[in-house]
Design a protein around this ligand. Structure first.
Ligand code: FAD
Length: 572
């Protein structure tokens, strides 16, 4: 194994995605986990479309499609409500048709335990990297050019501790809500300390359903938290009938219910008023209490935190795991460029600058949903809380005002506000926004339908993609200059790919094939020009610089813009 450059603490979804992104960039890592076994349970099972796009970027989409399910219809019953009475279908997640720019518009369900398994399998298959169980970070010291981590490995057979001191370039704490890394960094973790929050809670876990009394097709909810409430959601594990449960409400004694399987079954029978639900063993169970907090900085020097280590909140809205995934990829490409000595360490400050506004907005959205769902003024208001806004799909999450984006088309007045969750979905395409997809792109020289590709197939977590919208018959000289500039920049070819995108009507496919761009694509159906809002007869090429995390870093019109953008990112 190569000497690791980065030590990742914690093998939840955030740590695993971070590890995979760094490895895709050629950065060796170690990933440690203090538990003796991998965590079981449903937890972050709602995968938002933007996270699925990230799985695509990381080459994980085929694995995911094999195991995911679509969101279940949610049906609400009164409590108690008899066996065969009809419930009210709640409009929780509306199924929206996929479009050419958003090929996956509605999220998937996959229990967190299975997501983590998928990620671990890929790490092992592609890189031979395994999570080191029984291994705990105890402390670290940060130096100017490295970090020293003190870790302890327990041998379960002998129960003996073995201490290890490890020197690495960077340390990333993806070590959950009680993060050792955050605490040792001394980062604040401020939030809602109100007393009424502490009174709320739920018993949450997974249980076996027996004899097919609960099918695996519907998510059922009974009652509301003004008295008692139960949620039973299928876990969708092949050949198993596990059901994820939540039990809560002011009339529920959480300590008592969580004390045994029998108490759980008793509560389920009482809240549903049904005696035909046959339940088997409890797989896992605990009391969940709301904790709403976040840091104001995601790291110091060479040490960073991501995921629940940096923000904890209510699961209403299904944003936690999804936000950790976005933290992980935002930090990883920057760490990779700094580790390769291609970028100055100063770009790492953009991790905090870009993610904190997004996280703060996410916290306020999930908290609003939390109050509607768990502290409703009326049962009707609770139903309102189950409705999930479109912005939770995260298409509008953006870094428009980031110091490492460059936009030569749109400017912002100093006092102009940007909504970190919505502005990226306002109908314009700007630097800092999600880079849209475009299908039916024909690699020049092979225009038959089978060879068509999409932007999402071309983007990579390991390089910037320069999309040069131009036509050689009109912009021949300019294209030459752009390609020469990109090739001329130091170490450019490893971390930047140039893709010339010809308009649908272009007749210069022959000229283009002689270009030294990494790829030339003909926009056969006009999707690329449409989705990127580029006019085909513009005087100058339009260049979108797509970052390794699938966001647009630069929107520029020539060589100077390209140089200026990379001047923000690379050591030029
Ligand atoms: C009931 C419930 C439902 C949820 N539903 C959703 C949902 O639908 N969608 C969604 O997006 N999110 C959801 N979430 C949130 C989601 O589960 C979390 O946001 C997610 O687990 C965070 O991942 P993480 O990797 O950052 O942290 P964790 O999953 O907490 O992983 C951190 C890991 O670090 C390890 N660790 C800690 N300290 C050390 C140390 N010193 N050394 C080594 N290892 C260490 C821990 O053992 C742990 O395995 C839900 C959460 C709950 C509780």
């Amino acid at each position: 194994m190569l000497t690791p450059s980065v030590l990742i603490v914690g093998a939840g979804p955030t740590g695993l995605i971070h590890a995979l992104t760094l490895l895709r960039n050629g950065i060796p890592v170690r990933i440690i986990e203090k538990q003796d076994a991998f965590q079981l349970g449903t937890r972050g099972c709602g995968m938002q479309p933007r996270t699925i796009e990230m799985y695509k970027l990381l080459g994980l989409l085929p694995d995911l499609l094999e195991v995911k399910t679509d969101p279940f219809p949610v049906v609400k019953f009164s409590s108690p409500q008899g066996n065969n009475e009809e419930g009210q279908v709640l409009p929780m997640v509306e199924k929206i048709a996929n479009t050419p720019s958003r090929p996956i518009s509605t999220g998937f369900m996959l229990m967190q335990e299975r997501q983590e398994h998928l990620l671990r399998t890929r790490l092992e298959k592609d890189y031979g990297v395994t999570v080191e169980l029984h291994t705990e970070l105890r402390s670290f010291e940060e130096h100017d050019d490295h970090v020293v981590a003190h870790i302890v490995k327990r041998t379960p057979d002998t129960d003996k501790d073995k201490e290890e001191t490890l020197k690495i370039d960077f340390l990333v704490g993806a070590d959950g809500g009680r993060s050792t890394v955050r605490k040792q960094l001394g980062l604040d973790f401020l939030g809602d300390d109100s007393a009424d929050l502490k009174e709320i809670g739920m018993v949450a876990g997974d249980i076996e359903a027996l004899e097919g009394t609960l099918d695996q097709k519907v998510w059922r909810i009974w009652g509301d938290t003004t008295s008692n409430m139960l949620s039973l959601r299928p876990c969708s594990i092949p050949d198993k009938t596990h059901i994820n449960f939540f039990i809560g409400g002011v009339d529920v004694d959480l300590e008592k219910v969580s004390s045994s399987r029998e108490e759980v079954v008793k509560a389920i029978n009482a809240i549903t008023g049904r005696d035909d639900i046959k339940l088997g063993k409890v797989i896992n169970m605990g009391i969940w209490r709301p904790n709403i907090r976040m840091v104001s900085s995601l790291g110091k020097g060479r040490v960073f935190i991501a995921g629940d280590a940096a923000h904890v909140h209510s699961p209403t809205g299904g944003q936690g795991m999804n936000s950790g995934a976005q933290d992980a990829i935002n930090l990883a490409w920057k760490l990779a460029l700094v580790s390769k000595n291609l970028s100055p360490p100063s770009i790492l400050t953009s991790y905090t600058a870009e993610r904190i506004p997004v996280i703060a907005t996410m916290l306020s959205k999930t908290t609003e949903l939390f109050h509607k769902t768990f502290q409703p003024a009326s049962p009707e208001k609770m139903v309102e809380g189950w409705r999930r806004g479109y912005e939770l799909r995260m298409f509008g999450v953006n870094y428009r005002k980031s110091g490492i984006t460059l936009d030569e088309k749109y400017t912002y007045a100093e006092d102009e506000t940007v909504d970190p969750y919505r502005s990226g979905d306002d109908g314009t395409v700007r630097a800092g926004d999600r880079a849209p997809d475009a299908p039916k792109l024909a690699p020049v020289g092979q225009t038959n339908a089978t060879s068509h590709t999409t932007f999402f197939d071309v983007f990579s977590p390991a390089y910037h993609t320069l999309l040069v919208f131009a036509d050689p018959s009109q912009h021949g000289e300019a294209i030459g200059g752009i390609v020469e500039t990109t090739l001329g920049l130091p170490s450019f070819k490893d971390v930047v790919k140039t893709v010339l995108v010809l308009p649908q009507t272009s007749s210069s496919t022959n000229d283009a094939s002689t270009s030294s761009a990494d790829m030339v694509l003909l926009d056969t159906e006009g999707y690329a020009y449409k989705h990127y809002d580029v006019v085909t007869d513009s005087q100058q090429p339009t260049i979108f610089i797509v970052r390794p995390d699938g966001f647009i870093g630069g929107l520029v019109f020539g060589v100077e813009g390209i140089r200026k953008y990379f001047g923000l990112i690379l050591k030029l």
